[in-house]
Design a protein around this ligand. Structure first.
Ligand SMILES: Nc1ncnc2c1ncn2[C@@H]1O[C@H](COP(=O)(O)OP(=O)(O)OP(=O)(O)O)[C@@H](O)[C@H]1O
Ligand SMILES: [Mg+2]
Length: 239
């Protein structure tokens, strides 16, 4: 079943076209990586889906319902949550205070308490450091907090922008292990921006390659990593 549908999407910032004529769909429970060079439009795509930036053209649907024009708060209410680039945690607030941000939209208070337990079970370090200032956490712990915070809105779809950024490979392993575990547990649909095609192949899933605001390739992540020529052509990268 199609969970997210993007049809002929365009995103513009003034005269600059960040995304043009972009069409793809994501099935329920699927894990899709979005890769591509700096400025390819990866973040703009996530921001358009989450309703944080307006589409200049085209439409975005979730479960067949049009999201375009609803605004990010209403999109979040429908079960779509974003882990933004750079994490955007509130350094001056405690870990648990960060987790409660966003649950204000929810009326199911007992379910919020249950979700806090689920999140603490998935990220025991956050339970340990619940009262600590979020700004005092390591980069990896802050990334886990950003993911955990997004989960607190009880999403069905999660968009994650560059979770690996600035983290040591072992920490990235840990972040992805937990993310994949949570995907299974909650039946999440995941769209993840990930610069490393090798990493995407290792984690497993589908991969969309973007360049210049367009999707230039779409297929199994493992297949892309094996295709050195393709990787070199699009990224100028040696694998
Ligand atoms: N708020 C903005 N105002 C103006 N231009 C923007 C804005 N955000 C992004 N852009 C431009 O839109 C294009 C796409 O940017 P975007 O951030 O979506 O790319 P990206 O693939 O996420 O890049 P990166 O790998 O650096 O995160 C770039 O040319 C960028 O400079
Ligand atoms: Mg980006």
């Amino acid at each position: 079943m199609t969970k997210i549908g993007v049809f002929d999407l365009a995103v513009r910032y003034g005269k600059l076209t960040a995304i043009a004529n972009l069409t793809f769909s994501v099935a329920e429970g699927e894990r899709v990586f979005i890769s591509g060079p700096n400025g390819a439009g990866k973040s703009s795509l996530l921001l358009a889906i989450s309703g944080d930036v307006a589409a200049a053209h085209g439409r975005i649907e979730m479960d067949g319902e049009i999201l375009s024009g609803l605004g990010s708060e209403n999109v979040a209410r429908r079960g779509l949550s974003m882990v933004p680039e750079g994490r955007r945690i509130f350094g001056g607030l405690s870990v648990v205070e960060n987790l409660m941000v966003g649950t204000g939209l929810r009326r199911d208070r007992s379910a919020v308490a249950e979700d806090l337990e689920i999140v603490f079970d998935a990220f025991p370090i956050l339970r340990e450091r619940a009262k600590a200032s979020a700004g005092a956490l390591s980069g990896g712990q802050q990334q886990m907090l950003a993911i955990a915070r997004a989960l607190m809105t009880n999403p069905k779809v999660m968009l994650v922008d560059e979770p690996s950024l600035g983290l040591a490979p072992k920490v990235v392993d840990d972040v992805y292990d937990r993310l994949c575990h949570l995907q299974k547990l909650r039946g999440l649909t995941l769209i993840i921006v990930e610069q490393s095609s090798a990493r995407a192949a290792r984690v497993g899933g589908r991969m969309l390659l973007m360049r210049g605001g367009k999707i230039v390739a779409d297929g199994d992540a493992a297949g892309f990593a094996a295709d050195t020529l393709l990787t070199e052509a699009y990224f100028g990268e040696q694998t």
